[in-house]
Design a protein around this ligand. Structure first.
Ligand code: FES
Length: 322
């Protein structure tokens, strides 16, 4: 997997609402050229008008080479990337897009699939379901769990004749007591018969599926998780970072990453995902204790490295090898 994918400039052919708070974007080559191929479960990185790179799963049929389709949830309390895309990008605009990458690939040897999607987690599952339907040889069940019909993208399609026999849609109306019971699906591991589970959705859903599949082999259960812990914590505190080479010290306020605090001061640190997943911003930590919030560092690296896009400090000052 490349961490520095080729960047393309693509035209937004369609930007339209797909459900409440969800915008569907269709991206095409400005001259109609073929796009790099992708496989089901892949995502692309997009540069938002705010300048950050964000990653979104492709939801269209991987056999299509003329477009990438993504659905973006407008996250009002996120880091602003989705807001700036949904509010700031209209049809006709050009956006910078990285080549597709896949960290959530369908297992080639699996014989059947249970796909569990919560909310906007439906996007990679749409590409998987389209691929499996077209392939026509491997069975799948798709559980699509959302709050209500209005907030559910792709609903008409999933209720159509092609998908309906494979799909269960459940709306909990925001009531945890009305959650869909996944246990009957997961109680008996189907792994011996080649069944694999794929789950993408909010953390509580992924945690529940993780709990319910503890008796499955880990190799048969797959989770899509796009980010480290990027949202501010209630007890976050400001702290300082000192750069060893320049000797300069910078304040990192609550709600601002080390990466952004340095960027605002003109200090460049390589970065890409800005969600603690790609590894680009790995920085040597010389003094202080980090509050690690990424999904990249190995345990043995944590004492002397930090991913500055998401992680913070447990001590008043961190000294970085910059
Ligand atoms: S920028 Fe990707 S891990 Fe920090």
């Amino acid at each position: 997997m490349s961490t520095t994918p080729t960047v393309m400039s693509l035209r937004v052919a369609v930007a339209e609402p797909a459900a409440r708070g969800i915008q569907r974007f269709e991206l095409r080559h400005p001259e109609g050229a073929e796009l790099p191929a992708f496989t089901a479960g892949a995502h692309i990185r997009i540069k938002t008008p705010g300048g950050a790179m964000r990653q979104y799963s492709l939801s269209n049929d991987p056999a299509e080479r003329d477009r990438y389709v993504i659905a973006v949830k407008r996250e009002g309390n996120g880091r602003g990337g989705s807001l700036s895309l949904v509010d700031g990008v209209r049809a006709g605009a050009l956006v910078e897009v990285g080549a597709p990458e896949n960290l959530f690939e369908l297992d080639a040897k699996a014989k059947s699939f249970i796909l569990i999607a919560g909310g906007i987690g439906i996007t990679p599952m749409m590409a998987m379901a389209r691929h499996l339907l077209a392939e026509g040889t491997r069975k799948f069940k798709l559980c699509y769990l959302t709050r209500d019909a209005e907030s559910s993208a792709f609903l008409d399609e999933l209720r159509g004749p092609d998908f309906a026999p494979h799909v269960t849609v459940h709306h909990d109306q925001g009531d945890p007591g009305n959650a869909f019971d996944l246990w009957p699906l997961l109680e008996k591991p189907g792994s011996a018969a080649g069944q694999h589970v794929y789950c993408c959705g909010p953390t509580p859903l992924m945690d529940a599926v993780r709990d319910m599949t503890g008796h499955w082999p880990a190799s048969a259960v797959h989770f899509e998780s796009f980010g480290g812990d990027t949202k501010p914590h209630a007890d976050d505190q400001p702290f300082e970072v000192r750069l060893e080479h320049s000797g300069r010290t910078y304040e990192v306020p609550v709600g601002v990453s080390i990466l952004d605090a340095l960027r605002l001061e003109g200090v460049h640190v390589p970065s890409s995902c800005e969600s603690g997943t790609c590894g680009s911003c790995k920085t040597r930590l010389l003094e202080g204790e980090a509050d690690h919030r990424d999904l990249v560092l190995l345990d043995e690296e944590k004492a002397d490295h930090i991913m500055v896009c998401v992680s913070r400090a447990k001590t008043p000052c961190l000294v970085l090898d910059l």
